[in-house]
Design a protein around this ligand. Structure first.
Ligand SMILES: NC(=O)c1ccc[n+]([C@@H]2O[C@H](COP(=O)([O-])OP(=O)(O)OC[C@H]3O[C@@H](n4cnc5c(N)ncnc54)[C@H](OP(=O)(O)O)[C@@H]3O)[C@@H](O)[C@H]2O)c1
Length: 431
């Protein structure tokens, strides 16, 4: 019988919600890890800001080394470093040093991967070390592994995702109860889904960072997060949700990355995060609550959909642990090259023609619908359906859907129509 392999020495950077969960998970499920890899995991060091607090909190159960110094962590000779400290600095500098020393890294840090992925992947490739980041996107949902490994020998055409659990919770609440946006936000904050400052979530910035990471892998291209067009849900009214339901749709904040091929055969990538009307029979319309989901279309696999918990300490820790197991089980050369091999241009917003939902408060006078139809026709936009609701105060709510048109043409057409309140949302097709 072969002698047992030496335990894998793991250093944790961060011991908060996610890092603490990871330490507990690796202890509670050590038999599963051994079963998968044939090796035990030994935590050799933990990096925090305040070592005393953590030593007192977890006592003897914690690793022998709890420190605020990365030098001390590196001196403990880790085989793998798990990063769950968050933030851009000093985390970026720490990971560059760790990777530079040839030590594989698994991270949960979405902002860091989205903003500094190029630099980190270059360092990892130089040193021949893996940089894995499953936990940085969609918590427990194994979408990075699916794109990078399961679908490695395929061509991905399109990826659609509900990438932010907070906004999905709010939209499903508005839909189920008729709640106003502000009430849905207040409840999400009470439940701890939304931060006291909810900007990152409700303005689509969190989803944009995740989309940048996913699109980068799906299309093998470098994506600058600032090139992802992001519109959040703060403009979505209870009336939009109700009218969408009347038309057979649900509103979801959708991150969309799509390969577009122009007539001259040049390829670009359309990238946006925006609230969309999703047909009720679409797989993404059924996703309710603080859940994430990603749908991928491509060749030859067709369509794949994954969904699950997008955040939470143990859920995110399970993704870090999965990456750790993958590092332990892979050849030294596996996934050590930078996945971003191309630089595909980002398609302009008007490269895509969608059907649109339009809701407007207009002065209730004869001919108002004809005026709107005329303004649209002048830009070659035809109306598909009209719902009109009369109000008592001399205003009417006009709700219509258009045939496919560019967002630029629609916005130009509506610029000349007087209205007191207006929503314009693209519509997702069922196929
Ligand atoms: N929480 C979630 O549900 C979730 C979901 C997905 C991804 N993530 C990502 O996971 C990462 C960690 O999130 P979290 O919620 O676990 O954060 P957290 O609870 O605030 O924990 C952060 C940990 O990192 C340590 N730390 C922070 N800055 C440090 C520094 N400069 N030097 C040394 N240690 C430092 C902290 O030490 P002290 O304890 O001493 O302050 C703490 O132990 C973030 O990138 C986050 O975006 C979190």
């Amino acid at each position: 019988m072969n002698p047992p392999l030496a335990p894998v020495r793991v250093a944790l950077l961060g011991h908060g919600t996610v890092g603490g969960s990871l330490r507990r998970l690796l202890h509670e499920h050590r038999d599963h890890v051994r079963l998968a890899t044939g090796r035990d995991v030994e935590i050799c060091a933990v990096l925090v800001r305040d070592p005393e607090r953590h030593r007192l909190e977890v006592g003897e159960a914690l690793a022998p080394l709890v420190t605020e110094s990365l030098d001390v962590v590196l001196e403990s000779r880790p085989d793998v470093v798990c990063e769950a400290m968050g933030g851009l600095e000093p985390t970026r500098g720490h990971l560059l040093r760790v990777l530079g020393a040839g030590i594989p890294v698994v991270t949960a840090n979405k902002q860091l991967v989205a903003r500094h992925g190029t630099e980190l992947f270059a360092r990892a490739a130089e040193a021949g070390a893996q940089l894995r980041f499953e936990a940085s996107v969609c918590g427990a949902v194994p979408i990075v592994r699916m794109l990078r490994e399961s679908l490695a020998a395929t061509r991905i055409e399109r990826l659609l995702g509900i990438l932010n659990g907070t906004t999905n919770y709010m939209l499903s609440k508005m839909e189920a109860t008729g709640a106003a946006y502000d009430d849905a936000l207040a409840e999400a904050q009470e439940l701890g889904y939304a931060e006291p400052d909810p900007t990152e979530d409700v303005e689509g910035l969190d989803a944009a960072a995740k989309l940048a990471i996913l699109a980068g892998i799906a299309f093998g291209t470098t994506v600058d997060i600032d090139n992802v067009r992001a519109t959040g849900i703060s403009g979505v009214r209870a009336a939009d949700v109700a009218h969408a339901a009347e038309l057979g749709y649900r509103i979801r904040l959708i991150g969309r990355a799509e390969r577009l091929t122009a007539a001259d055969d040049t390829t670009s990538v359309l990238l946006d995060v925006t609230p969309m009307l999703v047909p009720i029979a679409h797989p993404l319309a059924t996703i309710v609550g603080a859940t994430n989901a990603v749908l991928v279309d491509g060749d030859p696999f067709g369509r794949l959909v994954v969904q699950g918990a997008g955040a939470g300490g143990p859920e995110t820790a399970s993704a870090l642990a999965g990456d750790l197991v993958s590092v332990m089980g892979s050849e030294p050369s596996f996934l050590t090259t930078d996945p971003h091999v191309a630089t595909l241009p980002i398609a302009p917003a008007d490269a895509r023609r969608d059907r649109h939902f339009v809701r407007m408060q207009v002065v209730d006078q004869p001919g108002v619908l004809a005026t709107v139809a005329g303004a649209l026709a002048a830009r070659d936009i035809s109306i598909e359906r009209v719902l009109q609701q009369r109000a008592d105060d001399g205003h009417a709510t006009l709700v219509l859907t258009t045939h496919p048109c560019t967002p630029g043409a629609l916005s130009a057409a509506l610029a000349g129509v007087a209205s007191t309140d207006r929503s314009v949302l693209p519509m997702l097709e069922l196929a």
